[in-house]
Design a protein around this ligand. Structure first.
Ligand code: ADP
Length: 457
C-alpha cells in the first residue's frame, strides 16, 4: 500500500491543474488515468481536435470567396491534410503535456483504472497488476463519455471520436451527413462539415436545438448558421439502416414517418458522467447528471471532491480547470473553504460557424432581477466588415438597480474571444460605466463591448 496526500481519478482538465498546484505546495499527489497521459478527453477527442477541424473549415470558407474555380467549376478541400494537421496538433500537445508533467518530480501519473474502496483508499488496476493507495484526499475527475440512445441500427452511426481522435476513422468529407442531436457537439460538427462541403441534415428530438440555453440567444445564433443545413426539431429518430449504398435514417416528425439518406450518420446525443467503480458503494451522492458537489467542489464525503464533467455542473474544459484549482485550494486550506466556483462567470461558447458565446445571467435566468440591455450590431463593426462577416451582435445585460454587469452574449465574429473580456468584467464586478470607459482596440470587434455599454450609461 502506497501512502499519498491526494489521489486524483482521471488526469484531464478536472485533475492536472489542481494536481500541479498541490505539487507546488509540496503535497504528494498521484494521478490515475486509464489513458496514461494528462489532458483527458479535451485533447483526445474533444475541444482541441474539434476546434482544429473547425478553424480549418472557417479558413476554407473565408478563402473560397476569393478563389477562382477550375475548368470543372469546383473547389474542394483536401480533408487528408486537415486530418494530418489535426493529428499533428494533438501530438504536439501530448508532447507538451509530457514535458510539463516531468517538471513536477513529486507528482506521479499511474496508467490504470481506479476503483474507490473507501473514503481513503483507491485500488488501481494496472497492466502489471493491482496497486493500492491510501490518500488523505480523493479528487474524482473521471469526466464524461458520449452516450447513445437505444435506437435500432445506432451502431451504424459514428460518434465524435471517429472524427476527432488521433488517426480517426473518418478520412474524407462526406457528401452528405446526418447528425442526430442538436446539442453543441451536433451543431458544431454540422456547421464545420457544411462549411467543408457536406450536405447536412440535423435531427433534434426536442422542440429546439441547444435546449438548455437561453431561447433568444439560440434563435439568434441559429439564424446566422449556413441555411443549407437542414435543422429539423421535434424529430424522433427511430431507425438507422444501411442499404449498402447509403445510410437511411428514419424519424417521426409531426406524427409522420420520414427518412433521410446520407453517406454518414453522426450520433451526437449527449454525454454522461463517468462514475468510478466504488463511488456508489461508499455512498457518494449523485444524480443522473453527475456527482453532487457544493461550490467548494466537495461531495457529501468530507475528504472527497468531484471536479470537471463528472459533476455535470458545467461540462467544459475551462470550467474543469477552475474546479480542479478550487478543489486544490480547499485541500490546502484544510477543513476551511478558501475558494469556490462561480458558475455564472464561466463562459460557454458554441463553436458553430459563426460561433455564439454566452456568460452569466441572460433573459432566461433573470428571474427576480430587472435587466437593462446594451446592444451592438456587427453590421457597423470595422473588423466584421474587414472579414465580410457582419451578421450578429454583442448584447450586455446589467442589473437595472445597480448597473452592474450580470451577463452577456456574442454571436458572430470572434465570439469565443470576446466573451472572455465580458466574463472577466463580470467576475470583477464591473458596472456599465466601467465598460463604457474602456478604450477598446481599433479595429477589433471588442470595440463593440464598450460601445454596447455606452448605450446604457
Ligand atoms: P474533465 O475535463 O472533467 O477532467 P476529461 O474527460 O478530460 O474530463 O478527463 C477524464 C479522464 O479520466 C479521462 O482521461 C478518462 O480516461 C479518465 N478516467 C475515467 N474514469 C477513470 C477511472 N476509473 N480510472 C482512471 N481513469 C479514469
Amino acid at each position: 500500500m502506497e501512502k499519498t496526500d491526494v489521489i486524483t481519478i482521471g488526469a484531464g482538465g478536472g485533475a492536472y491543474p489542481g494536481a500541479f498546484e498541490l505539487s507546488r505546495a509540496n503535497r504528494k499527489v498521484v494521478m490515475v488515468d486509464i489513458k496514461g497521459v494528462t489532458s483527458g478527453n479535451c485533447l483526445s477527442e474533444g475541444c482541441i481536435p474539434s476546434k482544429t477541424v473547425r478553424e480549418t473549415a472557417v479558413m476554407f470558407s473565408r478563402s473560397r470567396r476569393f478563389a477562382s474555380y477550375g475548368i470543372d467549376g469546383k473547389i474542394f478541400v483536401d480533408y487528408s491534410k486537415i486530418v494530418e494537421h489535426k493529428d499533428a496538433v494533438q501530438q504536439a500537445r501530448y508532447a507538451m503535456h509530457e514535458r510539463e508533467l516531468s517538471s513536477f518530480p513529486g507528482l506521479e501519473l499511474v496508467k490504470g483504472m481506479a476503483e474507490i474502496q473507501d473514503d481513503h483508499h483507491v485500488l488501481v488496476h494496472t497492466e502489471s497488476g493491482d496497486k493500492e493507495y491510501s490518500a488523505d484526499y480523493i479528487i474524482i475527475a473521471s469526466g464524461s463519455e458520449s452516450w447513445r440512445p437505444s435506437i435500432e441500427g445506432i451502431e451504424r452511426c459514428i460518434d465524435s471520436r471517429d472524427i476527432f481522435s488521433l488517426n480517426p476513422t473518418l478520412r474524407q468529407v462526406p457528401e452528405s451527413l446526418t447528425v442526430i442531436g442538436g446539442g453543441y457537439i451536433g451543431l458544431e460538427t454540422a456547421s464545420m462539415f457544411a462549411a467543408l462541403g457536406s450536405k447536412v441534415t440535423l435531427l433534434e428530438f426536442m422542440p429546439r436545438v441547444l435546449s438548455n440555453m437561453d431561447e433568444d440567444f439560440v434563435s439568434g445564433l441559429v439564424s446566422l448558421l449556413d441555411p443549407s443545413i437542414e435543422i429539423l426539431t421535434s424529430a424522433s429518430v427511430t431507425r438507422v439502416v444501411d442499404d449498402g449504398k447509403a445510410k437511411r435514417t428514419s424519424f417521426t416528425l409531426n406524427g409522420k414517418e420520414r427518412e433521410v439518406e446520407s453517406d454518414v450518420v453522426l450520433c451526437a446525443t449527449g454525454r454522461r458522467p463517468v462514475i468510478p467503480e466504488g463511488a456508489d458503494r461508499i455512498g457518494i451522492r449523485r444524480t443522473k447528471n453527475g456527482i453532487t458537489v457544493d461550490a467548494s467542489m466537495r461531495t457529501n464525503i468530507d475528504n472527497i471532491y468531484a471536479t470537471g464533467d463528472v459533476n455535470g455542473l458545467k461540462p467544459l474544459f475551462h470550467a474543469a480547470v477552475r474546479m480542479s484549482l478550487v478543489a486544490a485550494h480547499n485541500i490546502l486550506s484544510g477543513r476551511k473553504t478558501s475558494d469556490y466556483v462561480d458558475l455564472l462567470s464561466i463562459p460557454t461558447t458554441v463553436f458553430t460557424i459563426p460561433a455564439g458565446a454566452v456568460v452569466g445571467v441572460t433573459r432566461k435566468e433573470a428571474s427576480g432581477i430587472r435587466l437593462i440591455e446594451g446592444h451592438y450590431r456587427f453590421e457597423g463593426d470595422s473588423r466584421a466588415q474587414i472579414f465580410g462577416e457582419t451578421e450578429g451582435e454583442i448584447r450586455l445585460f446589467f442589473d437595472a438597480m445597480t448597473t452592474k454587469l450580470v451577463g452577456g452574449w456574442v454571436m458572430g465574429i470572434d465570439a469565443g474571444n470576446l466573451i472572455g473580456e465580458i466574463a472577466a468584467a463580470l467576475s470583477l464586478g464591473a458596472k456599465a460605466i466601467d465598460l463604457a470607459n474602456m478604450s477598446n482596440q481599433h479595429p477589433m470587434a471588442s470595440e463593440g463591448i464598450s460601445s454596447a455599454a455606452r448605450e446604457v450609461v
